[in-house]
Design a protein around this ligand. Structure first.
Ligand SMILES: [Zn+2]
Length: 302
């Protein structure tokens, strides 16, 4: 049996998995990237565990990482992992697995690839695939092809600004989509509005909104509006037919989707070529990042 090692590096956790050529996940380990421990050692141990528990031939390593990254240098500098500035992730996995075939993509790009080839975007030509959770990311497929860009950072979606006089983002820019539209950003906004709850996460905020708390409803509405502005910016720039949205926030149900769809309709109403723009929920959910990372090896483009 042949398989790929897939590596999905996010802001709060990293997952490594072995995945066969029909996209079955054979073994997986998850580590916290926020831990104070030596991250490289933890990542190495997790990788060795999944490879040791999988028999067959390793075809290569596909990595999807939070950005920014430099595909040419094979390095990543995830915004939420300050100790990696930069981290030579391609060399690291090449040495660890003794494989020359190590493909690095942005995490948004990996998710877009997975949804395009295996999920809600099958058959579409021009789509944005997105993740909205603790961060906001995305990747673009244009003319049926996954776009990488000059350095691999195409559609660094969460960090395009929608308000140049707004809130300063962790990335250093002002008014990024992510500082309004991510789950923690909506919780922060709810606190500013006076919302109080014992638990402090987006799931609780969404529950509160479902129970008709006006402050929770307003915070979610504002976050959904920010995302809608970002989506229509990109949809108009790239003339898209489809946006696929995944990630924890998108799974909150109607309490999030209804305001999001309303704001997308309002933001696009004066752009005639976007009238047919379709918005779909992601199908692959929590495995999209891993499957997309594996696609870098199992279905290489270019
Ligand atoms: Zn930013």
């Amino acid at each position: 049996m042949q398989y790929a090692l897939a590596v999905d590096i996010g802001g709060t956790k990293a997952t490594v998995a072995t995945i066969d050529t029909t996209f079955n996940i054979l073994a997986r380990r998850e580590i916290s990237t926020g831990s104070a421990l030596d991250l490289e050692s933890v990542l190495e141990a997790a990788t060795n565990e999944v490879i040791d528990s999988t028999s067959g031939e390793l075809l290569g390593v596909g990595i999807g990482s939070a950005g920014p990254l430099d595909v040419t240098a094979g390095t990543i500098s995830p915004v939420n992992i300050p100790s990696w500035r930069p981290f030579k992730v391609v060399d690291f996995f090449s040495a660890l697995t003794k494989s020359e075939n190590v493909v690095l993509h942005g995490d948004g790009m990996s998710v877009a690839d997975a949804e395009h080839q295996l999920g809600a975007g099958r058959g579409s030509k021009n789509m944005l695939g997105m993740v909205v959770s603790t961060g906001v990311g995305g990747g673009l497929v244009l003319n049926g092809k996954l776009i990488s860009g000059e350095s691999g950072n195409v559609s660094f979606f969460g960090h395009h600004s929608i308000n140049h006089t707004g809130i300063t983002c962790i990335c250093g820019r002002v008014g990024c989509v992510e500082v309004y539209a991510s789950g923690p950003s909506m919780v922060r906004r709810a606190h500013e509005l006076g919302w109080r709850n014992d638990k402090d996460d987006f799931i609780t905020l969404a529950e509160s909104a479902r129970n008709a708390d006006p402050l929770a409803i307003k915070a979610i509405d504002e976050g959904a509006h920010a995302l809608a502005v970002g989506i229509i910016n990109v949809a108009a720039i790239a003339d898209l037919e489809l946006v696929v949205i995944g990630g924890g926030v998108s799974q909150a149900g109607d309490i999030y989707w209804q305001p999001l769809l309303r704001h997308i309709a309002a933001e696009s109403k004066d752009i005639s070529f976007l009238r047919g723009l379709k918005i779909k929920k992601a199908e692959l959910l929590r495995d999209a990042g891993l499957l997309g990372a594996a696609l870098g090896v199992l279905s290489p483009q270019d």
